[in-house]
Each structure stands twice: as C-alpha cells, then as structure tokens.
Design a protein around this ligand. Sequence first.
Ligand code: ZN
Length: 314
Amino acid sequence: MINKNDFLKILGNNILIGDGAMGTVLQESGISTSPDLFLSRNKNSLKVLSEIHLSYLKSGSNIIQTSTFGANPIKLEAAGLKPEIKNINEKAVICAQIAVESYKKITANDNKNPVNNSGCCAKSILIAGNLGPTGKLLKPFGDLDYKDAVDAYCEQADILLKTKIVDLIIIETMLDLNEALAAIEAVKQINKDAALICTLTFNENGVTIMGNKAEDAVNILTDAGCAVVGANCSVGSDKMLETVKKMRKANPDAKLIFQPNAGLPSIKDGKTVYSETPEIMAQNIKKYLEYNPSILGACCGSTPKHIKKIAALI
Ligand SMILES: [Zn+2]
C-alpha cells in the first residue's frame, strides 16, 4: 500500500495509463460470468485473469485493477457467495500480482523498461484494489443504511489491504455520490492515508442516474480525501468529453482520471460488439489532453489494443 502523498508524487505532472475492460474481454473468450464469480467457480480463473492483466501491462498500463468489482459482501450475498468473500478477493489480488511479476521478468532485460535498484520497473506499475457499487440503493431511495454500506465496504477493503499486495484503492462506476462517500469513509477507517481513486459514472451531460453533477462531484470527492477523481463507464469516449470539461472547469487543480467505454454496445451475430475501434477511441481521448488529466484508461468493450493506442498518445 502506498499513501496518498506518495501516490501524488508518482503522478506529479505525468499521465499514467489505466487498464481496460476485464468482463467484456472474458465474454469474448466465451465466459459469460462476471470476473469475480468466475474466480470462485473456475479452476483456470487465476491463469485466465492474470493473462488478461498481463496483456494490459504489455500494452502500456501503469495501473491494473483487481477483479473485485462485484466482490463486496452485499453483492456476494445476493449471489449466494458471501462465505467466499475472502477467497474471491484474495484470488483476484493474486491474479494481478502474478501479472506484475511476469511483466517484471519479461521487461528485466529490456532497455526500454530497466529495472531499478528496488527491483521494480522504472515504469510505475500499481495494483488498484477495486470497489464497485453494492447494487442496492441507499435510503431514502432504497433500504440500505449509509452505515451498513460503510460496514460492507470496510469488510471488503480490509481483505484487499491485508494482502499487502494492493497499492491503492479505486472506487468506480458509482451511480450515487453518497454510496461513493460510504466507500471512501470505509477505506479511510482502515487506513486514513490510503491512496484513493474514485470515479462516478455519468451520462453524456455529466449527471449520474441519481442526479449527481460532475462539477459538484469533483470537489466533494476531492474534499473527502481522494487523490484522484473522475469518471468511468456509461458513455463512449466522445460523449465523456463534456464531463472532462465540467470537472476541470469546476476544479483547476484536481488530479483527474477518465476511463470511458469503447462506445456503445450492440448485438452482432449473437455477440456483443462495441462501436469504438482502438483508433477512434484514441482520437477522442486525445481531446482530453488539454484538460490536464492524470490517468487515462478505458472501461466496457475496451481491449489491450485500445489501451495500446491510448498509451501511444502520451
Ligand atoms: Zn464499464
């Protein structure tokens, strides 16, 4: 685990590259369960998931996210998998670790990626423990108490951080700012200096389903202690530009992250395909650069090829 200040130092004025989709890449290989459920049910899951992580690292990702998006106690309870919470979260972290170790071995003799004295790659590689939505609505819109949401995220974050493998926590695809704040509070209860990224998911006008506006969220999430805040999922890279502009205008200094979808999904010959090619996505994301982002990656429908094109922008 690195602390918030160390993470901000690593970021500096650089742009780090995030990763892309895990779930939709798995679907392409015929696996229709979510990555976290796949981990609990399939013997080959460690190998399959670590290879996908590795392909993102080879494509230029600096930050890879554990496949623990749906592995909070509330979501697992709904799937009948609550007793497996520790196993699923730990396995997902190990997948990311295997990929990082393989990447270090592969690049150890590569002049472009020299290994420094600490044994780590000169290129920053970080493992982000992923927290996703509980799938329930907080009161008064649903029946989930804020405190229960905090407790649920505490349980998952504690497992992730106790592995001592996770470098930071990313809270992502949050539809509700309050649920995001519950997750932030939970992580800070476990480690008050934790390096935290938080992204909400906005429509093309920069508003979440729950009515939270991008220009408000950037300041509230930063004030709550996040090192980096931003947006992911819901829209393609062209439609996310509005959110990019709104967030930067509302806060000239915030460290921002954007991970859009590879356009919109459609069904072609029984398969889900996304509309943005790696080239289109990179062209669109190039327009984000003037708004001074700190991390750029991608979400649903993206592949290592998309990440390679995005990384080539830097
Ligand atoms: Zn997504």
